[in-house]
Design a protein around this ligand. Structure first.
Ligand SMILES: CC(C)(COP(=O)(O)OP(=O)(O)OC[C@H]1O[C@@H](n2cnc3c(N)ncnc32)[C@H](O)[C@@H]1OP(=O)(O)O)[C@@H](O)C(=O)NCCC(=O)NCCS
Length: 189
């Protein structure tokens, strides 16, 4: 387990990274995602069903960053990619057009990564994604992120993720996404 000590003796930013029972804590996770990423009540209800389905998929794993008083400061989850899963079917033609669709095989997908704004920029997001991918059997990792110069994209680039396709449109999502891939283990600083 990794510990992130804040600046003071009793700093509330001390968090511990460890396995997360996402089925039991889905509402806390979605509350973090809602404030980090911006989700309305209807989107939360939709995501809730999606997360509960995702965690039944073979090899799905989740990690949480927990504060000393037991609150969730951030979480990540993912799974071995399966070309029959919805996300994979959407990105496949975009990757194929770039000659990159081989990335969909033997790849660990990062499905969600979110850190509560109160706890951002302290290395928690980096620790969550490197720890979960260190536990993957696959030799590489893929994910999608809104196609803009965001902190998330900056973090992924610094970990070795490169753009495999850009301006990827998901049905019902207003913004285009970039699909990114990196060899595992992720690059250390
Ligand atoms: C993306 C996110 C999870 C990162 O979590 P975090 O704990 O703040 O990230 P860390 O502190 O581990 O790493 C920060 C890294 O992000 C990058 N970063 C941070 N702010 C940045 C900015 N304004 N511009 C570019 N890169 C930035 C840097 O690479 C930085 O690394 P550093 O250690 O060299 O400074 C968090 O910002 C978040 O939850 N964002 C909103 C939700 C979201 O977009 N999730 C991802 C969906 S794909």
């Amino acid at each position: 387990m990794l510990r992130f000590r804040g600046h003071g003796h009793h700093d509330p930013d001390d968090v511990v990274i460890g396995p997360l029972d996402l089925a039991a804590r889905v509402d806390e996770a979605l509350a973090v995602q809602a404030v980090a990423f911006g989700l309305g009540p209807e989107e939360i209800a939709v995501r809730r069903q999606i997360v509960l389905r995702h965690i039944t998929y073979p090899g799905a794993r989740a990690l949480g960053a927990t504060t000393p008083d037991g609150r969730l400061a951030g979480f990540v989850y993912g799974m071995p990619n399966d070309r029959t899963h919805w996300w994979s079917t959407v990105v496949e033609p975009y990757l194929r057009a770039q000659g990159h669709d081989g990335w969909l095989d033997n790849s660990f997908v990062i499905t969600e990564l979110h850190v509560h704004p109160r706890h951002q920029n302290r290395g928690i997001g980096r620790a969550l994604i490197t720890t979960i991918t260190d536990g993957a059997a696959e030799p590489r990792s893929i994910l999608s992120a809104i196609d803009t110069d965001s902190p998330a994209r900056g973090l992924y680039h610094s970990l070795g993720y490169v753009d495999l396709a850009r301006q990827v449109l998901f049905p019902s999502a207003p913004s285009p996404y970039a699909v990114m891939g990196a060899p595992l283990p992720l690059r250390r600083r």
